[in-house]
Ligand binder design. Structure first.
Ligand code: PEP
Length: 252
């Protein structure tokens, strides 16, 4: 049985004290909400990981980094490795976000290394994929998504793939207020599950959590999450206010 997940991606927002306060607000809201139908994860800046991990304490909330290096250690000034992330207590790392692919030139090959290092260090991976507006409009979007998944993840064994969560995030919907319709998102989620079935078999594909990301908010989450292949969301802007984030968490 696959898990439903709602994961926040705080991106480069909040100072450490502000982040600790936000984490506290989310943990308190999760505790007050009682039994939830999804796992809740906060994806925070590197600088916040240790403090937010302490803040989470025994609360039922997971912690993710937003990136990790494609090397384990050494002379890579400014980089943060998978073992470093794991040592903070984080259980997840977001990899392949379109902002990292686009602004920092992360290639499929680099992401493959990052995925391997994350898994080798006990981190689960939230792996992002998604097409640009141009690719959506010129009809190549399915090829683009398939290539992103294939080129960085299809070297894994079926056993390793159990530690992967996929996040489909159409670039044209990220931070733009334009959400993919629930039918557009469902079509791609089903397409991705089909790719996973071909590569890893029906059981692994069926057990894989596939999140939607892109201007997801409390008002559109219920319709998106009602679709059979949409297992939750990766949430940017709306994860920065505990009330908005919880409005999505409770949409299931
Ligand atoms: C994201 O960047 O992962 C994201 C989904 O952003 P937003 O929700 O702000 O569109």
């Amino acid at each position: 049985m696959r898990k439903n997940i709602v994961a926040g991606n705080w991106k480069m927002n909040t100072t450490v004290p502000e982040g600790v306060q936000l984490a506290k607000d989310v943990c308190e809201a999760v505790a007050a909400a009682g039994e939830l139908k999804c796992d809740v994860i906060m994806g925070v800046p590197f600088t916040h990981l240790t403090a937010v991990c302490e803040t989470i304490g025994t609360a039922n909330v997971g912690l993710a980094a937003q990136n990790c290096a494609d090397h384990t250690s050494g002379a890579y000034t400014g980089e943060v490795s998978a073992p470093m992330v794991a040592s903070t207590g984080a259980g997840y790392v977001i990899l392949g976000h379109s902002e990292r692919r686009g602004y920092y030139n992360e290639t499929a090959e680099m992401l493959k290394e990052k995925v391997d290092l994350a898994l080798a260090n006990g981190l689960k991976v939230i792996f992002c994929c998604g097409e640009s507006l141009e690719e959506r409009e010129n009809g190549t979007f399915k090829d683009v998504i398939a290539a992103e998944i294939r080129d960085s993840l299809f070297h894994l064994s079926a056993e390793q793939f159990k530690e992967i969560v996929i996040a489909y995030e159409p670039i044209w919907a990220i931070g733009t207020g334009k959400t993919a319709t629930s039918d557009q998102a469902q079509e791609i989620h089903a397409f991705i599950r089909g790719l996973l079935t071909e590569q890893f078999g029906a059981q692994v594909a069926d057990d894989t959590t596939i999140l939607y990301g892109g201007s997801c908010k409390p008002s559109n989450a219920p319709e998106l999450f009602a679709k059979p292949d949409i297992d939750g969301g990766l949430i940017g802007g709306a994860s920065l206010k505990a009330a908005d984030f919880m409005g999505i968490v409770t949409a299931f």
